[in-house]
Design a protein around this ligand. Structure first.
Ligand SMILES: *[C@@H]1O[C@H](CO)[C@@H](O)[C@H](O)[C@H]1NC(C)=O
Ligand SMILES: *[C@@H]1O[C@H](CO)[C@@H](O)[C@H](O)[C@H]1NC(C)=O
Length: 145
């Protein structure tokens, strides 16, 4: 009986390890929730591209946001009517973000730029990108003269 119980425990442990291993495997291929919110006046447009997919754009009205699922590396640039432009950056990088924000990653357009953090209530922003003011193009200036 003792031995029998022992075997049961071993079986249980084996099952437990296999189950957690399977869960880890599925976590690797799972999608991650992304949230983007805008805290600035004027529309903000997020222009993105994946390696093999078509480019896509989302437009955020002032003080609006949206969540969606993302599953592959995604690169984006951001244009704010009011604030300027941010060059292409890694919006979602599975290698970086499976550690940074395994369940949900948040980006927010704010006064000085776009900030990224783990979408948990107390998480600090850990990625900072700053608006570039659009250059007053030479020909724009010239047109006014
Ligand atoms: C802002 O975006 C909304 C929704 O896409 C659009 O209807 C509206 O015309 C845009 N406003 C400006 C000033 O571009
Ligand atoms: C912004 O990103 C979109 C989508 O990837 C791309 O088509 C566009 O050329 C980019 N704009 C600039 C100025 O980099």
């Amino acid at each position: 009986m003792e031995l029998f119980m022992g075997n049961k425990h071993v079986l249980f442990l084996a099952f437990f390890f296999i189950a957690s291993w399977v869960m880890q495997l599925s976590a690797v291929s799972a999608t991650t929730k992304i949230r983007f919110g805008s805290n600035v006046l004027g529309n903000v447009s997020l222009n993105c591209q994946t390696k093999n997919g078509d480019p896509w754009t989302k437009v955020f009205k002032p003080f609006n946001g949206e969540s969606w699922e993302i599953s592959e590396a995604t690169f984006c640039n951001v244009t704010s009517d009011e604030k300027g432009f941010i060059d292409t950056f890694a919006f979602y990088d599975p290698k970086r973000d499976s550690v940074r924000c395994p369940l949900s990653c948040l980006w927010a357009a704010v006064d000085f730029g776009v900030i990224g953090r783990n979408d948990e209530y107390f998480a600090y922003a850990d990625l900072f990108l700053y608006w570039k003011k659009p250059k007053v193009a030479g020909n724009e200036a010239a047109k006014r003269q």
